[in-house]
Design a protein around this ligand. Sequence first.
Ligand SMILES: [Zn+2]
Length: 377
Amino acid sequence: MDPVLQLLRDLVAIDSVNPSLVPGASGEAVIAERIAVALRAAGLDVQVTGGATGRPNVVGVLEGRAPGRALMLCGHMDTVGVEEMTAPFDPVERDGRLYGRGAQDMKGGLAAMIDAAARLAADGGLETGRLIVAAVADEEHASLGADALVMEHSADGAVVTEPTDLAVAIGHKGFEWVEVETRGRAAHGSRPAEGRDAILYMGRVLARLEAIGAGLMARPGHPLLGTASLHASTIGGGRELSVYPDRCCLRFERRTLTGESPDVALTEVQTALVELGREDPEFEASVRQLFSRPAYEIPDDQPVCRALAQVLRRGGRDATATGMSFWTDAAILAQAGTPAVLFGPRGAGLHGREEFVEIESVLTCRDVLADLARDFC
Ligand SMILES: [Zn+2]
């Protein structure tokens, strides 16, 4: 069995569900240890940091024999939850695919980058420069891992090995999380003159959000990223059947494009709430931003983009630059001064019931990354 496939199977078999998404979930401690073992066995200089918090990062460094450029390969170890999956941590191979939670997002990419480093090290190492292999925590929630990584490590270029179907992705959308609370007045259900219905108030807010969302989708799209969008994520309110609800709380997410401000959704909703207040003086609501991460785009003439495109074309592969819909740690690396491009295996079902990665694409990804390190460093 190709060593990258054995590693991938091992990584999928380890539960690394993000505990910030699913309270009580395993987190990254065990998978970090497995990755540290793999990187050490390959001969890299390995550090595990942040272990005390239970949310470690693993960084392995392969030094070249002379100074040169540094390339970082970066991937996240955490996955989303496994509700509704029958055997999430049982890596099953079928029709050239490997199934399991995280197979596509992004243990396929992790295995490819770790094995690329192992292969380079086994083939005599790097002439010049250095290769940094970084496996980070918490990308699926708040990117604690990438935030910590960039405090200690930087490079002349980075590849984030999120699943791009072996395409070169030079950008991705951002996102903003917003919470809206409507306030009513609790009263006996038989007394409409006294009660104010916070849930029906939220209905008005939802109607506005739907209109805002439709407006976003009707705008001309960004050439790489398409259109912005929003969706209602969670909602709660009400106490019992015969009581007017005194509050209702909605959380929603808006996906953002480059050029949009980091609080664009907050501003859009604030405007809507002011209008709703004008229409009905009894209407009462407040809004706050919970979290925001920017959209990202890197010029395709950056050295790391050019080098990756060159490796792909040399192998007769498509190197057309594209964009991804999902957010990634590339934005954090780039903000900290390490230009990052996305390139990873092909698969489907990320965050879904049935997730898989195409094994052949993991092998290809590994080979491309190893060639890139030789060229770039
Ligand atoms: Zn991911």
